[in-house]
Ligand binder design. Structure first.
Ligand code: UDP
Ligand code: MG
Length: 339
């Protein structure tokens, strides 16, 4: 073996050491998933910094740029020098659930607060979250006190979804819970350890368990821009939620299949008997069509349900990373926020 002569050099920049000292001091991490939120982020980041300053906590604000196509990156880059920000740029749009996971994975705080970038989540609630956390709750989550801001159809759909999910899910998932929540380091570490690709965060938060408490609040109106969650996307999320937290649809398919088989066997016996005794007068066109359509429909539905699960298995076995980071501005340069 050859060995280069000369003194051993430690290429360890001073800033790295500083960072490590900072790690020991970071207390609150804000995780902000952002997709096209250039109009809202300056207000939000200033608000968050101000809030933590008032509380006397050190903070880092982690903005996860979820492949935005507007000025989000430029706007946040400008703020980097002035505020305790960290910008994590994903390589494309991975969706809010994955963006949140990315943020939770890099957060270093003793508590992680997840908050929307669109100013819908009132910052005034943060002191209350922290108070409840200090009282020994590992997770404090905001629940919509009412959905009066939404259309009637969306409200009904949400109610139905949570009712079905509540019945079917193996873990209780509180209805109308939002992603606005504080999680303790323990919960963040538990979430980090979950390998699954299909991230239905509202379920995962409760799957990991721990002591949690709800705080009702009224979401504010969105700042700039508009919501990305239209009806088809919400239905997609609902199906993900149901299939990753319940196997009841599969069991239901089995049961229904069994019931239909028993009925058709009885009916077949009756038809055969009748034909043997009375002969065949060839009617029954209506019965035949109905039966074919009914069974065809049921079969397609159940193949669809099966397909949902197979698709989910496929997603998981591929073992692809949950998200890909294109660029990371690095751990927050610690700002003394204590007043
Ligand atoms: N978001 C994201 N990736 C997406 C869609 C949304 O990171 O693909 C972020 C968005 O920037 C916002 C939060 O998720 O901070 C909530 O999104 P939105 O307001 O569209 O949803 P809603 O409030 O209607 O549930
Ligand atoms: Mg919103």
């Amino acid at each position: 073996r050859t060995r280069k002569s000369g003194p051993v050099r430690f290429h360890q920049p001073a800033s790295d050491l500083l960072h490590r000292v900072e790690v020991a001091h970071t207390e609150l991490s804000f995780v902000v998933p952002a997709y096209n939120e250039a109009g809202n982020l300056p207000t939000l980041c200033k608000g968050l910094t101000e809030t933590s300053k008032q509380l006397g906590y050190r903070c880092e604000i982690i903005i996860i740029d979820d492949g935005s196509r507007d000025e989000t990156v430029a706007v946040v880059t400008q703020l980097l020098d002035h505020l305790p920000l960290r910008l994590l740029r994903l390589s494309r749009n991975f969706g809010k659930e994955r963006a949140m996971s990315a943020g939770i994975n890099v957060a270093r705080g003793d508590a992680v607060i997840i908050i929307d970038a669109d100013l819908q989540h009132p910052l005034d609630l943060i002191p209350e979250f922290i108070r409840l956390w200090k009282e020994g709750n590992d997770m404090v989550y905001g629940v919509r006190s009412n959905r009066s801001d939404e259309t009637n159809a969306k409200r009904q759909a949400a109610r139905m979804f949570y009712q079905i999910l509540g019945r079917l899910s193996s873990v209780p998932i509180p209805p109308d819970a939002t992603d606005f929540r504080l999680i303790d380091r323990k919960v963040a570490d538990a979430l980090r350890a979950l390998p699954e690709n299909n991230r239905f965060m509202k379920g995962l938060y409760h799957w990991v368990g721990f002591k949690s408490i709800a705080v009702p609040f009224q979401p504010l109106v969105r700042g700039a821009g508009k919501s990305r969650y239209n009806f088809p996307r919400l239905i997609g999320l609902a199906i993900t939620g149901l299939t990753s937290f319940s196997q009841v649809p599969l069991r239901f398919a089995t049961m229904a299949g069994a019931a239909i088989s028993v009925c058709s066997m009885l009916y077949a016996t009756w038809v055969a008997g009748k034909t043997l005794i009375f002969g065949n007068a060839v009617p029954g066109w209506a019965t035949l069509t109905t039966a074919i359509l009914f069974l065809g429909g049921i079969q397609l539905l159940f193949i669809g349900i099966l397909g949902e699960y197979v698709g989910r298995i496929f997603e998981e076995v591929k073992g692809r990373p949950i998200y890909i980071v294109a660029n990371d501005s690095g751990p927050t340069r610690y700002h003394e926020t204590t007043a």
